[in-house]
Design a binder for this molecule. Structure first.
Ligand code: CP
Length: 313
């Protein structure tokens, strides 16, 4: 792998499969009575989150601890960022203490690329603005493969706030790279201009988008990134685009329902769908640990291709 993981755009299909296969080996560590291997002993990893996170931050920390790395969580709210220190200065000061990797979440698209240019440490993108969230797309692909045994040829409908979603961008890049047939669906005000150039079909009719789908991936309405009215009201949004049990019936009988979280219940997804028999939402969360272990391990050097079992020894 390259020095940093900045986005799915930088990964080849072969590298993506390598991460997924390594995550398969990592998953078993989480099922052991003692969930720890010495693989990253002596490595220091800084988790630097400028935006709130429950799943990503926690699963990176668990992944780091399972691999025996020394982990450090920077609480931005109580750091010198509050005194006006820039991202670059913060990173250079952390670098002075010689970490091996920095896991960064930031509200600005491109923040991880900036750090990758100026830092010796390996940078992992844990979500940058509206740009990419590569480990989310990797854990989504891992979860889909677990259920469908393949990605190529699957019909995948991604529904919701497409405009503000870094999860959308990373998933579209990954799924089209691996040969899935992707349809994206949302209100016209929330469809990024030119998205079809990434090789997806665009629909503004949810019933049509989910017809015959193997996978339905719901995206959150990101009110915190909206400046202005993109939808008339949340109640109307749910009526037109919300995933209901009735709409799920249009998909394949073995459809899986995904959501990266956090969910707005009753806005983009009905509670009986989120908690229902087709939902794999909590499996996505569980798989996040194994996938992030795989990313950390491979970035730290990994081993020769074909010997992933060594990582879990
Ligand atoms: N999916 C995701 O990124 O969730 P968090 O914001 O809780 O990390």
């Amino acid at each position: 792998m390259k020095k940093d993981l900045l986005g799915i755009a930088d990964l080849s299909g072969e590298e993506i499969y390598r991460i997924l296969d390594t995550a398969d080996a990592m998953r078993e560590i989480g099922e052991r009575p003692i969930k720890k291997v010495p693989t990253l002993r002596g490595k220091t990893i800084v988790n630097l989150f400028y935006e709130p996170s429950t799943r990503t931050r926690t699963s990176f920390e668990i992944a780091e601890k399972r691999l025996s790395a020394d982990t450090l969580n920077i609480a931005v709210a109580s750091s010198s960022v509050q005194k006006g220190e820039t991202l670059a200065d913060t990173a250079m000061n952390l670098e002075a203490m010689a970490p091996d990797m920095i896991v960064l979440r930031h509200a600005c698209s491109g923040a991880c690329h900036l750090l990758a240019r100026i830092c010796r440490s390996r940078i992992i993108n844990a979500g940058d603005g509206m740009h990419e969230h590569p480990t989310q797309a990797l854990l989504d692909a891992f979860t889909i493969r677990q259920h469908k045994q393949r990605l190529a040829g699957l019909k995948i409908a991604i529904v919701g706030d497409l405009l503000h979603s870094r999860v959308l961008r990373s998933n579209v890049l990954l799924l089209t790279k691996l040969g899935a047939e992707v349809c994206v669906c949302g209100p016209p005000t929330l469809v990024p201009p030119g998205i079809e150039r990434l090789g997806v079909r665009v629909s503004i009719a949810v019933d049509e988008a989910v017809a015959g789908a193997d996978v339905i991936m719901m995206l959150r309405i990101q009110q915190e990134r909206m400046r202005g009215a993109f939808v008339p009201s949340l109640r109307e949004y749910f009526h037109v685009f919300g995933m209901t049990a009735e709409r799920v019936k249009r998909a394949k009988p073995d459809v899986i329902i995904m959501h990266p979280g956090p969910m707005n219940r009753g806005v983009e997804i009905a509670s009986d769908v989120a908690d229902g028999p087709y939902s794999v939402i909590l499996e996505q969360v569980a798989n996040g640990v194994a996938v992030r272990m795989a990313v950390l391990y491979l970035l730290a050097g990994g081993v020769e291709e074909g010997s992933h079992a060594e990582a879990a020894a």
